[in-house]
Design a protein around this ligand. Sequence first.
Ligand code: FUB
Length: 345
Amino acid sequence: MPEESIDHIDFDELNKKAISKPLVTHIYTADPSAHYFDGKIYIYPSHDIDAGEAFDDLGSHFAMEDYHVLSMDSIDAEAKDNGIALHVNDVPWAEQQMWAPDAAKKDDKYYLFFPAKGYDGIFKIGVAVSDSPIGPFTPQPKAIENSFSIDPAVLEDNDGNYYMYFGGLWGGQLQRWRTGEYNAQNPDSPTANLPEDNEPALLPFVAKLTDDLLEFAEKPKEIEILDEDGNLLLAGDNNRRFFEAAWMHKYKGKYYFSYSTGDTHFICYAIGDNPYGPFTYGGRILEPVVGWTSHHSICQVEDKYYLFYHDSSLSKGVTHLRSVKMVEIEHMEDGHIKTISPYKN
Ligand code: FUB
C-alpha cells in the first residue's frame, strides 16, 4: 500500500479488521521464509530496524544488520525468537543491508541464503551453514559466484535437487544486470535500465545448486512468466509482472512460482510443470498490506498450506518496520489459489 495513503488509516480499527496478528511484537520482522523442518515450523525473516537512513526508492532505509530465526512447535503455538543467527559483521564480503533470506535443509545441515550489499555497493547472495535450524550460521568467505540481485528462495525438489530463485527490481538492482555485467551508470536512479512499458518485463532467475548447496551448479537462467495467451508479461503490466520476493512451492505435482508486484503491492502466482518454467500467470494470493513492500512464503505443514507475510500495522505504517503474520491458504479444485484480503471489510 503506498506510503501517502497511511495518513488516513485508523490503526486501532485496522488491527481489529486484520485477519491475523504479528507472530512476534518485541522486534520487527519481515520477508518471512517459512519451512517445516523436523516436525517444527522455522521462519527465516529479515530483522527490520530503524537505522536512521533516509527513505528513497532504492530502499536505503532497509538497513538491516542481522537475522533472527523464529520457531513454532506447531502451527497454533507461539513463535519463539531464537536470537541472532548471523550478523553482517561476521560476513567477510558483506557491508550492509541484510535483506530477505531463505533457508534449506540437506542431510543434517541447515543453510541460510541471504542477499547483502558488498563494499562495492553491489548486491550479491551468500550462504551460511549450521548444524541447527536456528543457527548460529557460519558464512562462506565469499558470496556465491555469479550471484547477483536479491531475495533468494530455495526449492528442495522431490528428486533431491535444490534450485535457487532470485531477483528484485529498483533497489534490488536486477535491471542493472541486463547485459550480464553490472551497469553502474546513474547510481541513484532506481528505474534506470528498466525496459519500456511495451517491452517484456524483466524476469526473475533460477539456478540449480551444487550438491553441497554452496554454489550455483549452472549459469542462472531467466524464468518466463506468461499471460493466458502464452505471451511474456509486459514491463508496463505493473499489476502482474514480477518485481521481487520470489517463492516456489509445489501442489499436486505443479510448480507454483509466487512473487510481489512491488509498486502495485500484490502477491501473485504463476503455475508451471517443472522448476524452470515457463509459468503461466494464475492470479493474486494477497491483496496489498499496509506498508510499501509485500513479501511472503508458502509452507506446507502436514496437509495444509500457510501463507507467511508481513505488514506495517504494528509500527503504524512505517514501511521499513514490518511484522510477520500467517494465515492458511486454499488451493481450489482447479488448482488456483483463493485470493486473501489482509483486512476484513
Ligand atoms: O526487506 C528488504 C526488501 O524489501 C526485500 O528484500 C524485498 O523483497 C522487500 O520486502
